[in-house]
Write a protein that binds this ligand. Sequence first.
Ligand SMILES: C[S@@+](CC[C@H](N)C(=O)[O-])C[C@H]1O[C@@H](n2cnc3c(N)ncnc32)[C@H](O)[C@@H]1O
Length: 185
Amino acid sequence: MSNERNRVCPVELAGSLDNRLRRWLQDPQKILKPYIKEGMTVLDLGCGPGFFSIDLARLVGKSGRVIASDLQEGMLQKLRDKIQGTELDERITLHRCAVNKIGVLEDVDFVLAFYMVHEIPDQEGFLNEIKSILKSDGQLFIVEPPFHVSKTKFEEMVKKAKDAGFTPVERPRVLFSKTVILKKG
Ligand SMILES: C[S@@+](CC[C@H](N)C(=O)[O-])C[C@H]1O[C@@H](n2cnc3c(N)ncnc32)[C@H](O)[C@@H]1O
């Protein structure tokens, strides 16, 4: 456990997670639009500086809500600075996680875990907690970076998700990514 924190993407790299090149390669609207409906409550886990949270908030509309959650206050502050004084401020709730406890108390329709599961020390516990937060017809979208996560490691993680009671339903194509969408049951 001692060096687990070293795996976490530092706040100093937040700029590499939110820029025009990434928006062009991994357009959040294109990636997420097929799965997000107006009025949904969405959890953006390991939201970082909010590259996906902001578009999620646009997609859920005025009647929906995004819980943007991260381990690091510095990441949450970057997102806070972006939305303060905008109409998205009311749709996005910032939430600080602990390393092995998400701690979100309400049920959600959709969970996005983009480039973050490989940073979690206890993936089994994490998947079980997501399962308890997701509504019965909810979905979990996991996206992992191929440069940090081998095919074998990714499939091991999918197996852990199956053991936790999830069923893979789709493997959407996202550039520079390994992906899976899982449903409960
Ligand atoms: C590589 S960044 C990805 C950020 C964002 N999802 C994106 O794709 O732009 C991984 C993020 O996960 C967060 N993270 C790592 N471990 C976490 C945990 N146990 N709970 C919540 N967030 C965590 C890090 O602080 C970091 O902001």
